[in-house]
Design a binder for this molecule. Structure first.
Ligand code: SF4
Ligand code: SF4
Length: 440
């Protein structure tokens, strides 16, 4: 097979990784209070397992769901539950949350016990451990990992791809994890390979990270490290599969339809940590960054820590904070307040000042589409974004569906290149939402 190291379409936005790429992962200060949303992944409804006044310990399960597609929620701090009530989350929604005041002791729950080593643990026990630990895809999808690790029998998986591309500008949490947590990464890949019964594993890393590529080539056994062309959205599952294996996931299909499983590097490391220590998913690495943030960092952060606390820990900004993103600038979401908590899918907190936003928005006004075709050229899933945006503006959801709007991975490459500054991706997101609700 000819390895081309890239996919069709895509863009190369400014990388902006220099603020944090050389900074190793540090433990964030233990928060005085956490706000842990009970609903952090696909699946509902979730219920609290604790009540106001309860004392909790590190690793204790505090929320669960009867839904088949769900992942339980645990506390990363010990202390007292001071409220169980709806709180604002990154998407602007109120979500039932458990608010815990730290007692500073970090006493660990009796439920936290290490699992047997890889040679002695069965596949079923691994999947069960991943499920009970509340592990979800940490690349942003937050889909429960135990379900991914249990593909239907008729789907034969022959390749595991570990996603270390991290193509989003500003973010370096996965890059640092590859350098700073290699043993967990390696062990997690071995565990995933055992569960899936695959001998072949690849790790895909963009070629703007030569240090990580060299390091992993030296350290990882039985894993082929592939240097991929630096191009956004190289980290998309379908783009990785096309680039590394030259397999095309069909429209509406999943990686397992072409025999592939894709797991993010941080998800693999979390699986390993959980099996070794028994500790469920209570924290994650977050890149806290921005041009005017005084001390950007890659921090291991307890789930439920407030954005405001982390920005303060990083020294605040020179100027006035105007916009804060959960995630990177291409696929991230502008958060409605600084008093929202880090959830399992928070890979980055990117802070923009008033000055930066003023510069970005100067002369920014939407013009009519000039049919230049640039958005179609860069679309990595072969859509016609301009036409989709036209039909979305008219509210013709049937036509949006016929034009495969549901295949859009919401990468934003079309909006990025549009000289007329049309907000194409927002229109397509609107179309997808309406197709789900109104079109059969
Ligand atoms: S239409 Fe969707 S997938 Fe295509 S470039 Fe735009 S956002 Fe990305
Ligand atoms: S890039 Fe913008 S102006 Fe060009 S065809 Fe697409 S929507 Fe129209």
């Amino acid at each position: 097979m000819l390895f081309k190291n890239t996919f069709v379409g895509g863009i190369h936005p400014p990388e902006e990784k220099e603020f944090t790429e050389k900074l190793g992962i540090e433990e964030a200060t233990l928060p005085k209070q956490v706000v842990i949303p009970l609903h952090q992944c696909t699946g509902f409804p979730y219920r609290s397992l604790v009540a106001k006044g309860d004392l909790v310990k590190v690793g204790q399960k505090i929320g669960d769901s009867d839904s088949a597609i769900s992942a339980p929620v645990h506390t990363g701090i010990s202390g007292k539950v001071v409220a169980v009530e709806p709180r604002l989350t990154f998407m602007g929604r109120m979500v039932e949350s458990v608010v815990i005041d730290s007692d500073g002791k970090q006493d660990v729950s009796d439920s936290v016990k290490p699992h047997p080593v890889i040679e002695k643990i069965s596949i079923q026990e691994i999947v069960e451990a991943v499920k009970n630990a509340g592990i979800v895809g940490l690349g942003g999808a937050v889909f429960p990992t135990h379900i991914k690790l249990s593909p239907p029998k008729e789907k034969r998986i022959d390749n595991l791809i570990v996603n270390g591309a991290e193509c989003e500008p500003y973010l370096t949490c996965d890059y640092r994890l590859m350098l700073d947590d290699i043993f967990n990464l390696a062990y997690g890949i071995d565990i995933a390979r055992k569960v899936l019964g695959v001998s072949k594993a690849y790790i895909g890393i963009e070629d703007n990270k030569p240090v990580a590529i060299d390091y992993l080539r030296k350290k990882l056994n039985r894993v082929e490290v592939r240097a991929l062309k630096t191009k956004y959205p190289q980290g998309g599952e379908k783009q990785l599969i096309k680039t590394i294996l030259n397999r095309e996931v069909p429209s509406g299909g999943l990686p397992m339809d072409v025999g592939v499983m894709v797991l993010n590097v941080a998800t693999c490391a979390q699986i390993a940590k959980t099996l070794k220590t028994g500790m469920p998913m209570i924290d994650r690495v977050v890149t806290v960054t921005g041009k005017y943030l005084r001390n950007p960092a890659n921090l291991r952060v307890k789930i439920g820590t407030l954005y405001r606390d982390l920005i303060e820990e990083c020294g605040g900004v020179d100027g006035t904070i105007r916009k804060v993103l959960c995630g990177g600038p291409m696929m991230g979401v502008a958060v409605p307040s600084l008093d929202i908590p880090v959830h399992k899918g928070t890979s980055g907190i990117v802070v923009f000042t008033q000055k930066e936003i003023d510069e970005m928005e100067r002369d920014r006004y939407e013009e009519v589409c000039v049919r230049c075709g640039r958005c179609t050229e860069v679309c990595p899933v072969y859509l016609n974004p301009s036409l989709l945006a036209d039909y979305a503006e008219k509210g013709d959801w049937e036509m949006c569906k016929k034009l495969n709007a549901m295949d859009c991975i919401e990468c934003g490459a079309c909006s990025f290149v549009c000289g007329s500054r049309r907000d194409i991706v927002q229109l397509i997101k609107l179309a997808k939402d309406n197709i789900r609700k109104h079109v059969k």
